[in-house]
Write a protein that binds this ligand. Structure first.
Ligand code: ATP
Length: 348
């Protein structure tokens, strides 16, 4: 494995037809870190990954492994392992051959190739399937082959592009744990692209939230979850209640159109009179507050209910509760000021 301390992306930019698909991404990745690139469809995640992999040339910027410049090297000389959404296995080759292929390309001896291939196949629990063709395996098993093939070359960085999105919900959870386990036990450095915030939060040490090709926030899962940098990140991280209003006297907010005054926590610069958006997650709205709301819609979600309720002064809210509620029930809602985040409405 290539020894290194950090990978550095410096102002990485990629345009298509003069338009930025990825704009000035700067990021330092420490060895052993698990980084998730997160954002909605079209935000530039795959572009970032493909720039790192060397599958797309940069329009501007540079990529470094310690003090070695990588962005001028072809993909095969960067020493990265790739796992794609569609697995990209060779259909006419056995599991063994798929996994050992990369080693042969790297000129590893036969004995060494055999040993490392067997180890990698064992690592992803496919010993019994080693001689089968990809077509004889389930989706989850094929994804395991793709992972074994990526890690067998002992890559300095593993790049994964939505590797679980073709799997059913149960398998996706199992493979998620598997990926984290492999990452830890092999001491891998991983960059993982997903549009699934739960996946990003549960897997990564840090996540990079992108929107329209631009970085919105870089932080630990906890930082991004509890202190989203702007209302777009908040929206993406499950702050389903986005309430328009106007800032008034410090951290309080006059909600529009109801004229109700509530207290919140400003994020960024918010001055009196500014239009703001107040964001709060359904699970953070208290149900012992002083404002009455009437239940409109109830959705059962396993352990809890997601409820839509309308306050007497016309606010439409999404709540979360363990208590079974029925349409027409009255609840008393309240907003804990530290959970109600006030964002400038104009900022992008
Ligand atoms: P998804 O989750 O849907 O894969 P993404 O976040 O990975 O989306 P990218 O595939 O990186 O997004 O695309 C970013 C932007 O660049 C999009 O607006 C896309 O239309 C554009 N784009 C990507 N590849 C090309 C290309 N080869 N030619 C022209 N435009 C492209």
């Amino acid at each position: 494995m290539t020894r290194f301390e950090r990978l550095r992306l410096d102002g990485v930019t990629r345009q298509f037809a003069g338009v930025d698909a990825l704009s000035e991404l700067s990021l330092e990745i420490q060895r052993g870190e698990f980084i998730a690139l997160l954002g909605p469809s079209g935000c530039g995640k795959s572009t970032a990954l493909n720039c790192l992999a060397g599958l797309l040339p940069l329009t501007a910027g540079s990529i470094w492994r310690d003090d070695v410049r990588l962005d001028t090297l072809p993909p095969e000389r960067r020493g990265f392992g790739m796992v794609f959404q569609n697995y990209a296995l060779f259909p006419h080759m056995s599991v063994q051959k798929n996994v050992s292929f990369g080693l042969q390309m790297h000129g590893v001896t036969r004995a060494e190739t055999r040993r490392r291939t067997t180890d990698a196949i064992r690592l992803v629990h496919l010993e019994e399937h080693a001689t089968k063709l990809p077509g004889q395996l389930s989706g989850g098993q094929q994804q395991r082959v793709a992972i074994a093939r990526a890690v067998v070359i002992e890559p300095s960085l593993v790049l994964m592009d939505e590797p679980l999105s073709n799997l059913d919900a149960k398998l996706r959870l199992e493979m998620r744990t598997e990926i984290r386990r492999l990452h830890q036990s092999l001491g891998l450095t991983t960059v993982y692209v997903t549009h699934d915030q739960e996946e990003a939060l549960s897997l990564s040490d840090r996540l990079v939230v992108l929107r329209d090709g631009r970085v919105q926030q870089i932080g630990t899962p906890e930082e991004v979850h509890t202190r989203p940098a702007n209302r777009h990140v908040a929206d993406f991280m499950g702050y389903r209640n986005l309430l328009p209003g106007r800032a008034s006297s410090g951290a309080s907010l006059l909600l529009e159109p109801s004229g109700v005054r509530v207290k919140g926590t400003p994020v960024g610069s918010v001055n009196d009179g500014d239009p703001v958006v107040a964001a709060i997650r359904p699970e953070d709205i208290r149900l012992d507050g002083d404002r009455e709301a009437t239940v409109d819609v109830v959705e059962y979600q396993g352990r809890e209910f997601t409820v839509e309720a309308r306050t007497d002064d016309g606010l439409m809210l999404h709540l979360r509760t363990g208590t079974r509620l029925s349409v027409g029930d009255k609840v008393r809602v309240g907003f804990p000021p530290d959970r109600l985040l006030l964002f400038p409405a104009e900022a992008s």
